[in-house]
Design a protein around this ligand. Structure first.
Ligand code: R5P
Length: 283
């Protein structure tokens, strides 16, 4: 993994998230639970105290927004937190999704003992400039405290279909080209980690981004398919996943997060990981 020339604090926070395996390679399984900040009570996140808290010990990091963190997650569990700090939108107004601002301050993230903050950047949307500026402002503030910035290549309403299988979509949208373009802009404007989606022609995305990459999981698919997605992304050189629905909406979320982790950290094949999932489900 490329640690760049970051400060001691940022480097140390990165290795808290990206755990070394036996060979010394650094990878991560982040558990994404920030959806309610604009989805409301997402399936599986209605009461995270019951559904998410049991998964947290299996995650290398968690990425909630403030409400879920303070009211639903146990401060005695020492899993690093990357705090969602942007918002201002709602799924009920899909066309306005890109209209985000910084909602939670960096000082608040420090008080909550986050190791980093996350921000969505909507390239090629109506609010491209605004969301790049959000990233830039956060990067400047976060640097004062040595906090990491995770920049998310968020796709607005017009691009969603091909990437997430949701929304209206644009038939001419080329995901590889888009994520290579968007991810590099996000790196250059201050992100220490880029979160994107795994897609066809991913080599151009990896080639053009030097910071660690994590991939979101997207909408729920059958468990074996989600494990294949994870395997293919790791093979393509990403440092990990920031996966939500394909873990917490799985038939057995505790088994699923361990199966995903076996692919990310232990190099298990899809069949081996799925076998592990089936075995853990029975226990
Ligand atoms: C957007 O809703 C958030 O950034 C999610 O954290 C992200 O989409 C990852 O979650 P999932 O794996 O469910 O797509």
């Amino acid at each position: 993994m490329n640690f760049g020339q970051l400060s001691w604090g940022k480097t140390n926070r990165l290795v808290q998230i990206f755990r070394p395996d036996k060979k010394g390679d650094h990878h991560t399984v982040m558990l994404a639970v920030d959806h309610p900040y604009f989805y409301g009570p997402t399936t599986g996140l209605e009461d995270p105290r019951k559904t998410i808290q049991p998964l947290v010990p299996y995650a290398d990091a968690i990425s909630p927004a403030k409400g879920t963190l303070e009211y639903c997650l146990d401060p005695l569990v020492a899993t690093p937190v990357i705090l969602r700090v942007t918002g201002g939108n709602s799924m009920t107004r899909r066309q306005e999704l890109s209209d985000e601002e910084i909602i939670t301050s960096v000082e608040e993230a420090v008080r909550l003992n986050a190791v980093g903050v996350s921000v969505s950047v909507y390239i090629d949307s109506d609010h491209q400039k605004q969301t790049i500026k959000n990233l830039g402002k956060l990067a400047n503030k976060a640097a004062k405290y040595g906090l990491l910035v995770l920049g998310i290549t968020a796709v607005g309403a017009n691009l969603e279909k091909k990437v997430k299988g949701e929304g209206k979509g644009d038939p001419d949208f080329d995901p590889g080209k888009y994520f290579a373009h968007a991810g590099r802009i996000i790196q250059e404007n201050g992100a220490n980690i880029v979160k994107t989606y795994f897609c066809e022609n991913f080599a151009q995305v990896r080639e053009g981004i030097q910071v660690p990459i994590v991939v979101a999981g997207g909408k729920k698919v059958p468990e074996k398919q989600a494990l294949k997605y994870t395997f293919d992304a790791i093979q393509a050189g990403v440092e990990g996943v920031d996966m939500g629905r394909n873990i917490f909406q799985a038939e057995n979320p505790t088994a699923m997060i361990q199966a995903v982790s076996s692919v990310v950290h232990k190099g298990k094949t899809v069949d081996e990981a799925y076998e592990l999932y089936e075995q853990l489900k029975k226990e």
